[in-house]
Design a protein around this ligand. Structure first.
Ligand code: AMP
Length: 422
C-alpha cells in the first residue's frame, strides 16, 4: 500500500522551503518594524468559538470546518479555520488589555477549511496576518492596510489591486440587508441556488457572487455606503484620507463584503489579476463587535488582516521574485582524497560545525570525484581537500568552488579564512 497526502493538502519539500523562509523572514521583520509581536495559539479550539465568531450563516461554519469529538463526553473541537477568533479568545482569556491600551499581534499559521481544492485553494493552507486590538480610530485601519501593502511592495509583487469598502455598524447592516432583499426580490427567480440560500440567510454575500449572469444585477444594487451613519461615514473618509497621505492607491468596491460575519466598518481586500478565480491575496477589516460576541463585558474595537501564503508564492513564482532568496547551501565541504583522510574529514567537519560554519562531509564513502560533484550540487562555496600528503604535511587544499582558486593552508588558517568570508 502506498500512502498519499490528503486531497487539498501539500508537502512543502526541502528544495522549496527557502521560498517559505524567505517570505516568513520578510513578513516577520515588517510586522515587527510596525510594532507587532508574534502570537501562537493552539491549532484546535472549541467548535463553539468559531460558530459564535465567524457566524452560523457563513460557508466556513456551515460546511467547511474539520470538527471532531475526541471522546463521547467532551465538547466538539475544531481545527482552526482562521486566526482572528483564536487571537481574540486569547486576548480576553489572558486579559491582555490590562497590560496595555493597545495590543498588536501577528501570526504565521496553518489553517483548515474543507473547501473544494483547486489552484490557490487548499484544505490546509497557511496565512500570515495581524490584529490591532484596542483602537477604534481610523488611523488603526490605515496602519493595518499600509502594513499589508508594505509586505507585498517589499516582496516586489506587481499588479495588485486594493479594494476598499465600509460595512457600517450592525444597525446599518440590518437596514441594508432589508434594502438589498427588497431590491433582489423581483429578480429572485434569476438567482442561482447559492444566492437563493444567501437571500434568506446572509443577502450581503450575494454581492460576493462570481456568477457572470448576476453581475449586472449586482452592479446596480443599492450601495451600503449610502446607508452609513455619520460616524461611520466620517470614519471611512478618514481611512481614505490617511491612505492618500501614505500614497496608497485603492478603489472603492461597493460589492466587497468579505466572507465572515464579524466585520464592521472598514473591509478591504488585495487582489491579483494573476491568480485566476481565487484572486484574493489577502484581506481584512474592522471587527468591533467580535470581543463582545465572545463574552467581553466591554466592547473591544479591533482591526486586522490575513493573507494567504500559497497564493503569494504562486504569484512570486510567476514573476520570478525568488531570485533574491537563496536556497540554503553549505559554506564548505570537507573532501577526503584517501581512505586515511576519511576519519580526519568526519572529525574536521564536526570541528567546523562547532565553529558555526555550515559544513558538509561525505558519509557514503564516495570517491573524491563524486564528493566534489556533491559539493557543487549543494552549492558549497569551498572545498577543503585532504589526501595522504596533506595529512602528513598538515597543509590542506582550500579550494574556492566559485572561482576555482586553490591553495595549501594550515587548518587554523583555513578556519580563519572561511570565518571571515562566511
Ligand atoms: P480569509 O480568511 O477567508 O479572509 O482569507 C484570507 C486569505 O487567505 C485569502 O485572501 C487567501 O489568500 C487565503 N486563503 C483563504 N482560504 C484559502 C484556502 N482554502 N487555500 C489557500 N489560501 C486561502
Amino acid at each position: 500500500m502506498k500512502f498519499q497526502s490528503i486531497k487539498g493538502t501539500k508537502d512543502i519539500l526541502p528544495h522549496d522551503i527557502y521560498k517559505w523562509r524567505y517570505i516568513e523572514e520578510k513578513v516577520r521583520s515588517i510586522f515587527e518594524r510596525f510594532g507587532y509581536r508574534e502570537i501562537r495559539t493552539p491549532i484546535f479550539e472549541e467548535t463553539a468559538l468559531f460558530r459564535r465568531s465567524i457566524g452560523e450563516t457563513t460557508d466556513i461554519v456551515g460546511k467547511e470546518m474539520y470538527s471532531f469529538q475526541p471522546d463521547p463526553d467532551s465538547e466538539s473541537l475544531t481545527l482552526r479555520p482562521e486566526m482572528t477568533a483564536s487571537v481574540i479568545r486569547a486576548y480576553l482569556q489572558h486579559n491582555l488589555a490590562s497590560q496595555s491600551a493597545l495590543t498588536k499581534v501577528y501570526y504565521i499559521a496553518e489553517l483548515f477549511r474543507k473547501e473544494r481544492p483547486q489552484a490557490g485553494r487548499q484544505r490546509q493552507f497557511w496565512q500570515f496576518g495581524c490584529e490591532c486590538i484596542g483602537s477604534a480610530e481610523p488611523e488603526a485601519d490605515a496602519e493595518i492596510i499600509a502594513l499589508m501593502m508594505s509586505i507585498y511592495q517589499e516582496l516586489g509583487v506587481p499588479n495588485t489591486v486594493l479594494r476598499l469598502n465600509s460595512l457600517g455598524d450592525a444597525h446599518t447592516r440590518k437596514v441594508y440587508r432589508e434594502v438589498l432583499r427588497e431590491y433582489l426580490r423581483p429578480h429572485y427567480d434569476r438567482l442561482d441556488d447559492v444566492s437563493k440560500e444567501r437571500f434568506e440567510k446572509n443577502p450581503l454575500r450575494i454581492l460576493d457572487s462570481k456568477n457572470p449572469d448576476l453581475q449586472e444585477l449586482i452592479a446596480h444594487a443599492p450601495r451600503i455606503i449610502d446607508y452609513l451613519d455619520d460616524a461611520s461615514r466620517e470614519h471611512f473618509q478618514a481611512v481614505q484620507d490617511f491612505l492618500h497621505d501614505f500614497g496608497i492607491t485603492f478603489t472603492i468596491d461597493h460589492c466587497l463584503v468579505r466572507g465572515l460575519d464579524y466585520y464592521s466598518r472598514t473591509a478591504f481586500e488585495l487582489q491579483s489579476p494573476d491568480l485566476g478565480a481565487q484572486n484574493a491575496l489577502g484581506g481584512g477589516g474592522r471587527y468591533d463587535g467580535l470581543a463582545s460576541l465572545l463574552g467581553s463585558e466591554k466592547p473591544v474595537p479591533a482591526v486586522g488582516f490575513a493573507s494567504g501564503m500559497e497564493r503569494l508564492i504562486m504569484t512570486m513564482e510567476k514573476y520570478q521574485l525568488f531570485s533574491a532568496a537563496k536556497p540554503l547551501a553549505p559554506t564548505v565541504m570537507i573532501v577526503a582524497q584517501s581512505e586515511s583522510a576519511r576519519r580526519w574529514a568526519i572529525g574536521t567537519a564536526q570541528l567546523f560545525r562547532r565553529e558555526g560554519i555550515a559544513t558538509e562531509v561525505d558519509i557514503l564513502r564516495r570517491s573524491m570525484k563524486s564528493q566534489l560533484r556533491e559539493a557543487n550540487r549543494l552549492g558549497a562555496k569551498y572545498a577543503v581537500i585532504a589526501g595522504e600528503q596533506e595529512m602528513q604535511s598538515g597543509h590542506f587544499q582550500l579550494k574556492n568552488l566559485m572561482t576555482g582558486e586553490q591553495r595549501a593552508l594550515l587548518l587554523s588558517e583555513i578556519l580563519e579564512h572561511i570565518k571571515v568570508d562566511k
